[in-house]
Design a protein around this ligand. Structure first.
Ligand code: PLP
Length: 357
């Protein structure tokens, strides 16, 4: 089978040794061996993220855990900060779960700012607020470091829920120092695993809140997950065991690299790709709020992104077209997971050659 190196914002490139780590003899999920494997994955994740919060690895995609967060900690009112397709998805999930969600919308490409959040939170009483740390549809980063301290000091009872699906273990933000209540992410982005696992990092106060929420559903119930973990480190339902083998191998690799080095590598790739984009095209995101894990480029030359991607495919590489309405108006080059500066040099050089820039 031919191999295209993935510069798309998920699924990202998975190294061969990680793919091979999945190919072990199957074990029972009620075995001590699986409980031990799960426990090691939980503890290594806490170590990488420097968090004392609960860590739950679920067999699901990130959207499942976005829904799980809403079902576990929101009874009625939740404020959703929306600046793209994925932040809007959280609002839609709350609607679908019968909650009373309120949107705080800004134009796609722009970021959410502290004063906007302050104004919106002052208007009503909310149980929780949601942020998308890295809006993958636009390549915009939300400055949690500026917003969250304000929320924690002025609105201390509001739970803070963060979608870090396309940034966790690539970009860096301090979960415990900021006091984030729920952070969710998928395996197929910066963790650089195949799709199929997702992680929820849950604070003690979110855990307490969940116990008071009736009808919080079955599959993503935090309390049931914790009870089973405390009993024998297993999961309430059958996990994707093969992916857990790969997860442990990848967590070991991330520990060996060091999370701060991993973050710096992502930042360097981002800075390189942004400079390249500014030279030949333009950057789409609001200046100063560009994603660390993907670069969204405005198609100022009206090239056919579809044709460019086909030509890249012939060279064994793939980037992403713009998302939704931004298709052909923008294109996205991801620098996530285990990609390196050399990879970014290769893909950008190939684009220059193909387009004869
Ligand atoms: C920011 C963000 N949130 C949520 C999702 C949905 O995650 P999943 O596809 O794992 O359900 C994505 C997927 O691209 C994403 O980029």
């Amino acid at each position: 089978m031919s191999h295209k190196k993935l510069f798309v914002p998920g699924p990202t490139e998975v190294r061969e040794e990680i793919l091979k780590a999945q190919a072990k003899w199957m074990i029972g999920h009620r075995s001590k061996e699986f409980g031990d494997l799960n426990q090691r994955c939980v503890e290594k994740t806490q170590q990488i993220l420097k968090t004392k919060n609960y860590v739950f690895w679920w067999t699901a995609s990130g959207t499942g855990l976005m829904e799980g967060a809403i079902r576990n900690v929101v009874q009625k009112k939740v404020l959703h900060c929306i600046n793209g397709a994925f932040s809007d998805r959280w609002f839609k999930i709350s609607q679908a779960c019968g909650k009373e969600p309120e949107p705080l919308r800004v134009e796609w490409g722009r970021t959410i700012k502290p004063e906007m959040v302050d104004q919106a939170l002052s208007r009503d009483s909310y149980e929780a607020i949601t942020f998308t740390q890295n809006e993958t549809s636009t390549g915009v980063r939300t400055p949690l470091e500026e917003i969250v301290p304000l929320v924690r000091s002025k609105y201390p009872d509001v739970l803070i829920l963060v979608d870090a699906v396309s940034s966790l273990m690539g970009d860096w933000f301090d979960i415990d120092a900021l006091g984030l209540d729920v952070v969710v992410a998928s395996s197929q982005k910066c963790v650089a695993l195949p799709p199929g696992l997702a992680v929820a990092i849950v604070s003690a106060r979110a855990m307490e809140k969940c116990r008071k929420v009736p009808d919080r559903g079955y599959y993503f119930d935090y309390d049931a997950m914790l009870k089973r973990y405390e009993k024998d480190h297993q999961t309430p339902t059958t996990p994707a065991i093969s992916l857990f083998w790969a997860l442990e191998a990848q967590l070991d690799a991330i520990l060996a690299e060091g999370m701060q080095n991993r973050y710096r590598r992502h930042l360097e790739m981002a800075q390189f790709t942004r400079e390249w984009a500014k030279k030949y095209f333009a950057l789409f995101p609001e200046p100063g709020y560009e994603s660390v894990t993907l670069t969204t480029v405005t198609n100022t030359r009206s090239i056919s992104v579809k044709d460019l991607n086909s030509a890249l495919g012939e060279r064994g590489m793939q980037i992403s077209n713009g998302y939704g309405d931004l298709k052909e108006k923008t294109f996205r080059i991801a620098h996530m997971g285990d990609l390196t500066m050399q990879d970014m040099q290769e893909v950008t050089r190939a684009i220059v050659e193909i387009l004869k820039l």
